[in-house]
Design a protein. Structure first.
Length: 220
């Protein structure tokens, strides 16, 4: 961590931040696809399709082909969902970080810099549903720089900013497939406060559970 510095975002960091966020999200596609395959309705559909085609066509090749095609389509659907989430995030805040995070006194965006390169990011802003909390967002660390304690340092930066602004807690949302993030937040003292499936139809099909975590800050 000696050569790593956590500092406030500058406009010249924009491309690196967007790349780190996009790569960090895209890497969850394989785990999300596996998650989909583990769902009983998905297994039932594949089984029924296979059995129906094998009995009606008396051929082995056709059902194998159909199941393969269905799996490929399902994977494309997961890729599409992640790309849509990435596009929405870019549109909502990551294309205008200065405007979204650096104008108000209760929000901020930081990057982790290593040897002059941006290797991680995190942000926070007032939580929509909990006025006493700031929400931690956009946590991501470049793959080549993982396991060095960068995310822990970014978490601490958000906690101390939140405490200094007089808020009672930090909240954040992560998902069932982001297992490294879950370990990180639990390691940093966050408590899981809620589990729910996102309201979108696609999330319901995937049974894509979101977790809400909270870190209560004790003022001394
Ligand atoms: C989650 C993420 C930010 C962690 O970054 P990192 O810099 O590697 O994390 P750190 O080195 O600071 O590790 C912090 C702690 O998290 C846990 N952790 C992180 N990665 C882990 C892994 N692969 N296996 C087990 N524990 C892990 C450990 O408890 C670790 O502490 P320890 O090393 O003292 O045991 C990183 O994996 C990432 O960017 N993932 C993709 C984007 C993402 O999912 N972001 C979360 C959005 S909610």
């Amino acid at each position: 961590m000696d050569n790593i510095q956590i500092r406030k975002y500058r406009e010249e960091d924009a491309a690196a931040v967007k790349e780190i966020f996009t790569m960090g999200m895209s890497e969850h596609v394989p785990a999300s696809f596996m998650h989909l395959l583990k769902q009983p309705p998905a297994q039932m559909l594949l089984m029924c399709l296979f059995c129906a085609l094998i009995t009606s066509s008396k051929s082995f090749l056709l059902p194998v082909l159909a199941v393969t095609l269905l799996l490929a389509a399902a994977r494309q659907f997961v890729v599409y969902m992640f790309n849509r989430y990435i596009d929405t995030s870019l549109r909502k805040d990551l294309n205008q970080i200065g405007e979204t995070y650096l104008k108000g006194k209760d929000s901020c965006f930081w990057v982790a810099e290593c040897d002059g390169c941006v290797v991680g990011s995190v942000a926070c802003l007032p939580a929509e549903k909990a006025p006493e909390c700031l929400e931690l967002k956009r946590m991501s660390v470049r793959r080549s720089h993982r396991g060095m304690g960068i995310a822990k340092a970014l978490c601490r930066t958000v906690a101390s900013f939140t405490r200094d602004r007089g808020y009672a807690a930090v909240v954040l949302y992560t998902s069932v497939v982001q297992t490294d993030a879950q370990k990180l937040y639990e390691h940093m003292g966050y408590q899981k406060t809620r589990e729910f499936v996102a309201p979108e139809l696609a999330a319901k099909i995937l049974n894509f559970t979101l977790f809400e975590y909270r870190l209560d800050l004790h003022r001394d």
